[in-house]
Design a binder for this molecule. Structure first.
Ligand code: NAD
Length: 488
């Protein structure tokens, strides 16, 4: 079996223990991963803390940091196919998607490379004579970055990129499910020439590794992507170190289709919105909210697409839907579907486990119009399952769209411009895609509210979020400071 190592203080080592990683396409172990426990976590944080203060990093100019990030971007691009193969092997995400996504990950590092020397302070027009006041933007310190298994290279780039651009150091905890691409990324990072400890990459389990990391007294900020239940642990952990947090959590994003929409476009976007990444995507458009006048036609077109999806080995370029990452995901999908059918939801296609090795689950469409409060409508699946609700009026569409505890993304398909603007204003989500879905860019902030979390990744603000403001007061008068006890 292939063996991987963790990366601490610029060196590769074994963890306190090892665990097996399963190939989701077969359900069998294929690699041994280093399991970090408390001692490894502390070594990583200490290394990041030393690196944060060391002159090699703290004294580096912002432009130099940018140049290193550019070099990292180039190396990620050069090694994209190797990273993609590893991510596909370890997580089951299909090779078509990992190849395209990782090539684009390089653009995130390029974007933050360019921002490194544009993180500016400010000069204030102070209301006192003989005084100059300005604000310095300084890096916040050691960042603990915790990511889930899906798209780890992407989800870590939106943390590592802005954090290093700002001058922070980072301890990244890769998910225990499919950590191979992140551990390999550490080998690429090691070639760039950053001082040791600036980035440390470990993996391990929640209680023994993630919890120790996010409550560590030397951690200043926790950048977390994962589910809301884990996010609650993170917030509790931050009561220990009083670290700031940014939380990118799940979603139950509405995909709203009006009768005047271009249906060909809407069908394609919905298929990509829910079946791409085998539905294991935080922005999955998993609640179809469709006008009743076109509902049956729309569903019959979707059904044809869902039933003709090419399911297969994730390594095969022809495959359109691969396995889920874990057995746990498959069990979760089955139990939510069963509970929803018991409450009156109607299965249109899919919904049952496939009789084959690996963690495969078929594209599924379930009409919940008769059961609008079913678990299929309220819970995040993280699988290729689309729940459907019909509406008659615009007001009803908006009410259904907003009837969720999440608030990450939404899709809107209509050709009516004024209606589009009214809907955009009314929808409660961090992203609204109109007549498109899933578009992302390093230039655009990404994030949600409610159970989808807080904070934004991507864009200029994300780099500023890795800084703290220092207010500097400088007295310009040569007169002595007056004696405070002499009355004038
Ligand atoms: P998860 O919350 O179970 O795990 C995420 C990470 O947290 C893992 O690395 C895990 O080891 C770690 N962790 C677990 N317990 C911990 C603890 N007590 N303290 C610290 N760390 C701990 O998430 P998952 O099941 O791996 O991923 C799926 C979730 O991620 C979904 O809800 C999905 O929507 C969300 N997600 C969100 C985004 C986004 O950008 N908004 C992107 C991708 C995934």
């Amino acid at each position: 079996m292939q063996q991987f190592q963790q990366y601490i203080d610029g060196a590769f080592s074994d963890g306190a223990a090892q665990f097996e990683s399963l190939d989701p396409a077969t359900g069998k172990p294929w690699a041994l991963m280093p399991e970090a426990r408390a001692g490894d976590v502390s070594r990583a944080v200490e290394a990041a803390e030393r690196a944060f203060h060391a002159p090699e990093w703290a004294g580096m100019t912002a432009s130099q940091r940018g140049k290193l990030l550019l070099r990292l971007a180039d190396l990620v691009a050069e090694n994209a196919s190797r990273l993609a193969e590893l991510e596909t092997r370890d997580t089951g995400k299909i090779i078509r998607e990992t190849s395209a996504q990782i090539a684009y990950v390089a653009e995130y590092y390029r974007y933050y490379a360019g921002l490194a020397d544009k993180i500016e302070g400010a000069h204030l027009p102070i209301d006192k004579p003989d005084m100059e006041v300005w604000l310095r933007r300084e890096p916040i310190g050691v960042v603990a970055a915790v990511v889930p298994w899906n798209s780890q290279l992407f989800l870590s780039a939106v943390k590592i990129g802005p954090a290093l651009a700002a001058g922070c150091t980072v301890v990244l905890k890769a998910s225990e499910d499919g950590p191979a691409p992140m551990l390999e990324f550490a080998r690429i990072f090691d070639q760039v020439g950053f001082p040791p400890g600036v980035l440390d990459v470990i993996t391990g389990f929640g209680p023994e590794c993630g919890s120790v990391l996010t409550s560590h007294p030397k951690v200043a900020h926790v950048a977390f992507t994962g589910g809301p239940a884990t996010a609650r642990h993170i917030v509790r952990n931050s009561a220990e170190n009083l670290a700031s947090t940014s939380l990118e959590l799940g979603g139950k994003s509405p995909f709203i289709v009006f009768e005047d929409a271009d249906l060909d476009s809407a069908v394609n976007a919905q298929v990509s919105g829910i079946f791409a990444a085998t539905g294991q995507s935080c922005v999955a458009g998993s609640r179809l909210v469709v006008q009743n006048t076109i509902k049956e036609e729309f569903l019959s077109r979707l059904k044809v697409k869902a039933e003709n999806v090419v399911m297969g080995a994730p390594q095969d370029m022809e495959t359109e839907v691969g396995p889920l990452c874990t057995q746990r995901q498959r069990e979760n999908a089955l139990s939510l579907i069963d509970a929803s059918i018991a409450q009156g939801a109607r299965l249109i296609t899919g919904g049952t486990a496939l009789d084959r090795d690996g963690f495969y689950f078929p594209p599924t469409i379930i009409d919940c119009s008769g059961a609008p409060d079913a678990p299929c409508v309220t819970n995040e699946f993280f699988g290729p399952v689309l729940s459907v609700l019909g509406f008659d009026t615009e007001a009803e569409a908006l009410e259904i769209a907003n009837n969720t505890e999440f608030g990450l993304a939404s899709g809107l398909f209509t050709r009516d411009l004024t209606r589009a603007h009214r809907m955009i204003r009314g929808i409660r989500s961090g992203i609204v895609w109109v007549n498109t879905y899933r578009a992302v860019s390093p230039i655009v902030p990404f994030g949600g509210h409610g159970l989808s979390g807080h904070g934004r990744e991507g864009g200029l603000q994300a780099a500023l979020d890795y800084t703290k403001v220092k207010a500097v007061w400088l007295r310009t008068s040569d007169d002595p400071v007056p004696d405070p006890f002499v009355m004038r």
